[in-house]
Design a protein around this ligand. Structure first.
Ligand SMILES: Cc1ncc(COP(=O)(O)O)c(C=O)c1O
Length: 398
């Protein structure tokens, strides 16, 4: 029998290893709502440049009011999965609003996009089929693919020659699906969906795009990569989250072809065996998509903010990875430098995170800055000024 003391020792050793490799994740505690300006537990007020709060809606008054109203009229929790007694009118309304937003046929909600990705492949594909996945796809896609018996192919990030090679190999299978993130979260590049679409046509493949970092952000009206590449309604499956641009609370979805969604409702395990999203989240979600139908002001502001930040940072001498989203990777290359710089920026009131191996490839350490429509010009200027000051101090720029 393994006593806990033996297992405990094993865990302590593992934790010590993580710490000595400098990979232990400490969590900073925020004591205010999420937003452009936040207060941390030390009492310090900082400008937040590392949230996925792309549209600045995390503390939006209209969404908070919609959530309260939904709680008043539909209660706190559902205490059930959808197919037993966990479906309210609000869930159906939200699913329809998401389909309208993306120009798709139907939508199925999940507790998170992690679940949407985890539950999308196994019900649809068998060992006779093929999944061709971008090498930088999100962990939840990787896990979802692992749960499915389909034959797996992997292509180098956004590398169309490699994708074509894999598609040729995948002709051996019955059905093929190309799977890609819409925006890759470490670099901020978009998947070349126009070229992926051409190859899909040529090699008889379907397409799935995870729009978690692109929905709300990419495309003139924020409909994501299918809008950017004029392919609205043309890909079979889109997955996404309510936890980033769309208010940032929680919830995920798969939207796309009617029969696909229908089969997922019958067989997708995270949908069948997990609780419904609460009424407050559904009610606020409906309000959020209503706001998206009414105006593109937030997208316009986000795009202008991102262009401004990149232009000024490049003018200051920083090396920014070409971005087509609101993720700006400030390249530093050195792991320690990325940590030192983030710490010093925090002292200047700028909250950003440094990323290094294994989160990004060796020698490609960086600070990832995420721009929001919630940022005002003065916030951006303060951030650029702080980067410039610390960048000079640490010899990153002249
Ligand atoms: C590309 C991508 N897919 C899925 C997820 C998971 O989304 P959620 O937080 O809704 O589980 C994330 C979040 O980090 C993501 O970046």
């Amino acid at each position: 029998m393994i006593t806990y003391s033996k297992f405990q020792k094993h865990l302590q050793d593992e934790l010590a290893d993580i710490k000595s490799a400098g990979l232990y994740k400490n969590e900073r505690i925020i004591v205010s709502p999420q937003g452009a300006k936040i207060k941390v537990s030390s009492g310090q007020e900082v400008l937040n440049f590392c949230a996925n709060n792309y549209l600045g809606l995390s503390d939006n008054k209209e969404l908070i009011e919609a959530a309260k109203q939904a709680m008043d009229s539909r209660g706190f929790g559902m205490s059930s999965v959808r197919f037993i007694c966990g479906t309210q009118d609000l869930h159906k309304e939200l699913e329809a609003a998401i389909a309208k937003f993306f120009g798709t046929e139907d939508t199925i909600l999940y507790a998170a996009c992690f679940d949407a990705n985890g539950g999308v492949f196994e019900p649809l594909l068998t060992d006779q089929d093929a999944i061709i996945s971008d090498s930088l796809n999100h962990a939840s896609i990787i896990d979802g693919v692992r749960l499915c018996k389909a034959v797996r192919y992997r292509y180098a990030n956004a590398d169309m020659a490699d994708l074509e090679k894999q598609l040729k190999l995948a002709q051996a299978q019955r059905f093929r699906i190309i799977v890609t993130d819409g925006v890759f979260s470490m670099d901020g590049n978009v998947a070349p969906l126009d070229k992926i679409y051409e190859l899909a046509q040529k090699y008889d493949a379907m397409i799935m795009v995870d729009e978690s970092h692109s929905a709300g952000v990419v495309g003139k009206t924020g409909r994501g990569t299918t809008e950017l590449f004029n392919l609205k309604g043309q890909v079979e499956i889109i997955t996404g989250t309510l936890g980033k641009s769309f208010g940032g609370a929680i919830g995920g979805f798969t939207t796309g072809k009617k029969e696909i969604i229908d089969l997922l409702r019958q067989r997708s395990r995270p949908y069948l065996f997990s609780n419904s999203i609460p009424p407050a989240i559904a009610g606020a979600g409906i309000k959020m998509f209503e706001m998206m139908e009414q105006s593109n002001d937030l997208q316009d502001k986000l795009h202008a903010n991102t262009d401004y930040f990149v232009e000024k940072m490049e003018a200051a001498g920083f090396d920014i990875k070409p971005t087509q989203s609101s993720i700006c990777a400030v390249m530093l290359y050195d792991a320690k430098l990325s940590q030192d710089m983030a710490t010093k920026l925090l002292d200047e009131g700028i909250y950003v995170t440094g990323f290094y191996y294994p989160v990004v490839p060796k020698d490609l350490a960086r600070i990832r800055v995420q721009i929001s429509a919630g940022h005002e010009k003065e916030h951006l200027d303060k951030c650029i000024t702080a980067f410039t000051k610390i960048g000079k101090e640490l010899g990153v720029i002249k």
